[in-house]
Design a protein around this ligand. Structure first.
Ligand code: UD1
Length: 440
């Protein structure tokens, strides 16, 4: 999205309806971003299925189109990519600065062409987001890397496999080094690798194109360089965070939701916390049912790399803990600036104190609707959950941030009973208030 056209839509929500029914989860945004970038690493055509149609993936596709990648949308969730005609390895800044995952183009371009020039990433304002581990990995396999005029510039005569120990567990650097090294000469070993489901998905995708990557999903990933990658058809895994958001939405709204098209194993830390606070969670082969009948209990949460509780679920969990009896705590150990939703829900009547990287929640029995501003992608989704649970009407501004990562969020919520509308004027807000007043 270009700065000059920041959209001004809002969600207007009348809370108090328990969400009931079934919701279908889409493909994982964070896997899709890496997989789309990796798809240019072969000159043959790659077909990606189950791609989420969200702002971040669309911006990345547009940027890829800008360097000559051929992109064909077969349908809303299927895209055909051909990277044979990449004309330059220099990505335009305006197109890419809004999304964090622009850095995956460095790994992909460096791995394929041995050179890349990509602007330093933007993305959610959730804290300082260093990229030292990415750079350390690229350098270890023989690239010269410098940061100049706001871009990362990398090039190498030869890429040669190396043994890399990651000083912190990082999803982005693990994936980027996997991409950059899959056509390097010899063997690369990544120790202390991230184990998130989307790390495994990207490894599976690269392997389906002919890469030789073993151990993804464990601490140690071993990559044997191959000389070329080839065409593939690949379906992206379901989005763990979209699923978790709907699971917590059921809890916040006293609802009963069947969350379909998920991998329940990926949701274990989320399921465990919901059960701890008193929800019922039933697991099936590819769906989970979450229901809440009574009052919720307090708990403690600490965000950790997978299989720990995901930082991307922390704000949604925070809203539910604000409504749970007793005193709960959340310790945020991944990003320092992820409590920006707290001030917003305090305005709805929540009782929360933040001390350093810990938030202390003293549960209240209900929240009240208010005018809210979405601070970032996941915090914005959390505000939607708060509004769904609240008495009265809330209006949430800056929903373009939420739409970075949730496809048809309000459509899916409406299907399970939520009174929510996506609007773009005060007139439409007033109309919604009148209409929903009549039926409540
Ligand atoms: C990805 C996800 C993001 C999620 C995060 C953690 C995408 C596009 N984004 O972000 O939604 O919240 O994983 O699950 O997939 N770090 C360093 N040096 C580095 C890289 C990271 O110190 O070079 C630190 C970060 O500051 C952070 C931690 O490592 O404290 C984890 O970050 P990382 O896993 O890399 O997050 P992202 O890949 O940026």
């Amino acid at each position: 999205m270009k700065d000059s056209v920041v959209p001004t839509e809002q969600y207007v929500i009348r809370g108090g309806v328990p969400l009931q029914g079934e919701v279908e989860i889409g493909g994982a945004k964070n896997a899709a971003l890496a997989i789309l970038a990796a798809a240019i690493m072969t000159d043959e055509t790659v077909t990606i299925e189950n791609m989420p149609d969200v702002r971040d993936t669309n911006v990345l596709l547009e940027a890829m189109g800008g360097i000559g990648v051929r992109i064909e949308r077969l349908d809303r969730h299927t895209v055909r990519i051909n990277g044979a005609m990449v004309q330059n390895v220099n990505i335009e800044y305006e197109l890419i600065k809004k999304i964090r995952a622009s850095y995956y183009l460095i790994g992909a371009l460096l791995g394929k062409y041995k050179e890349a020039e990509v602007p330093l990433p933007g993305g959610c304002n959730i804290g300082s987001r260093p990229i030292d581990q990415h750079l350390k990995g690229f350098r270890a396999i023989g690239a010269e890397v410098k940061i100049s005029h706001g871009s990362i510039i990398a090039h190498a005569k030869r890429l040669i496999g190396a043994h890399i120990y990651m000083d912190v567990v990082t999803v982005g650097a693990t994936i980027n080094i996997m991409m950059a090294s899959c056509m390097a000469e010899g063997k690369t070993i990544i120790e202390n690798a991230a184990k998130e489901p989307h790390v495994v998905d990207v490894a599976n995708f690269l392997n389906s194109m002919g890469a030789n990557i073993k151990g993804a999903g464990t601490d140690i990933i071993r990559i044997k360089g191959v000389s070329r990658l080839h065409s593939a058809t690949y379906s992206i895994i379901p989005d763990q965070i979209e699923a978790g958001t709907f699971m917590f939405a059921a809890a916040a709204s006293r609802g009963n939701l069947l969350v379909k098209n998920v991998i329940p194993k990926h949701l274990e830390s989320i399921t465990a916390k919901l059960i701890e606070i008193g929800c019922d969670v039933e697991e099936f082969d590819d769906s989970v049912r979450v229901s809440r009948t009574g009052e919720l209990k307090s708990t403690q949460i600490k965000t950790l790399p997978y299989p720990g509780f995901p930082t991307d679920m922390q704000p949604q969990a925070g809203v539910v803990l604000a409504l749970s009896e007793g005193v709960s705590t959340i310790t945020e150990s991944i990003f320092e600036n992820r409590f920006r939703y707290v001030d917003e829900i305090i305005r709805m009547g929540a009782n929360i104190r933040v001390k350093g990287n810990t938030a202390i929640f003293t549960g209240v029995s209900s929240l009240t609707g208010a005018r809210l501003t979405s601070p970032d992608l996941r915090a914005g989704a959390a505000l939607v959950l708060a509004a769904l649970s609240a008495d009265g009407v809330s209006v949430i501004d800056d929903i373009y941030l939420i739409e970075r990562g949730y496809e048809d969020f309000e459509v899916k919520l409406k299907k399970v009973g939520a009174r929510i509308e996506r609007v773009s004027s005060e007139k439409e807000i007033r109309k919604f208030i009148l209409q929903t007043e009549a039926v409540s």
